[in-house]
Design a protein around this ligand. Sequence first.
Ligand SMILES: [Zn+2]
Length: 463
Amino acid sequence: MKIYYLLMPLMLFGCNSIEERQLIESTPTAENILITNVDVFDGEDSVLTANQYLLLEGGIIKSITTNLPDTVGLSAHTINGFGKTIIPGLIDAHVHLSGSGAVPWDNYRANESYNLQAYLHTGITTVYDLGGLSKGLEELTEKVKEQTLVGPDIFHTHIPITVKNSHPIPLTEIMLPWPLKTMVNTISPTIEAVDEADDLIADYLENEVDFVKLICDQIPPGSPQMTYEQMKALISAAHKNKKKVFVHIGSPENAVNAIKAGADVLAHGVWRGQLTKEQAEFIARSKVPLIYTLSGFENITHIHHGDYTPTRLDSIVVPHEILSPVLGENGKHVHNQEVMNAFFESAAENKKYWKQNFRLLLEAGAVIAVGTDSNLPGTYAGSTYLQELELLKEYGLSNFEILKAATTTNANLFLKSPDFGSVKVGHKANLILLDRNPIEDLTTLESPSLIIKNGKLISRISY
Ligand SMILES: [Zn+2]
């Protein structure tokens, strides 16, 4: 048993917990469902296929037809889809289920099952966890699979590999009580010499993981960051073991180096510094997707300035205890948090480059994926995802491009032939039924008519 599993109960010690609240209700078993006369957005095509019949059997999309399918002998629950649009369940490609979203000056323990409910409440039926203890994440993954816990399907990594005193170590330290804060450097997998890479990856893969995560960034600015050589050695060791690698990046140089070192996915866009046209073209040509996470970065700049306001959905879904310490003037408490403040301040200073960076990447044809980095201060399970979609639109993506990124692009980030992320026969019945065509009106996602997860009807509890 690894030392961090022994430390887990201690890590939770000293943090307050939040009262459980219910956001969704689910039917007990997967039903056979027939959706009649519905328009289909399959996740790929910009033109909807009108008036289709979808038959869902045992949690799988059994058929998609233009005529009423034969359901003799099958007891199917019928849903009238006339005038509505069905789309694939959404995917959040960057989450941390074991984050609470609380700030260090008013800390609360994460409630993973609540987080899972919050994602599903927004129509997110799959999440990729980009950093947490693999053992705990695997337990959640299994519970969702066995259907003893209601939530999106989970794919996950372990604690990201980094270098000593580099992200996420300084930020994690401030979230933990003494003496745990003194142990973070020991617990985090770190690389020094390049020839340690094979052993480090072998060790990492003793944990149950779907992909590998590395960090190459400076949070706070000036802290050590992983070198190109270290990244290259780790990525090739992971690839030898047939694992894809997600690399957290910050600057244009980080992005270019990660791609040259063989990264499969960039976690975050360029948030630190100004991209040149050449760098943007290099990133685009590589076809390595960027999970941009605009909302988290935008929100921390507001928290820093003391003018953060939550979205309508944040106010419904995020517990008051988590939200209130960052609202408006309260957010300025961050100025007393040395490490966190340096990070938030540098985000605020770099904000002037973000739209231009994004525009250069779009013009060059870069692949954009959708994720939130929730839960951290300013980015919350489910609700922030809709803010992310809105910001992607403000930054220049079309509704169709956003919907495609949130479904098929995300589904193909690391899996060869995923059985989710599009409306196709044989795929999981993870679907959202919407009142309007989201390609024309993205805001229809705020109030889905119906959410279906593995063939089960999910109803949203309203507050
Ligand atoms: Zn993250």
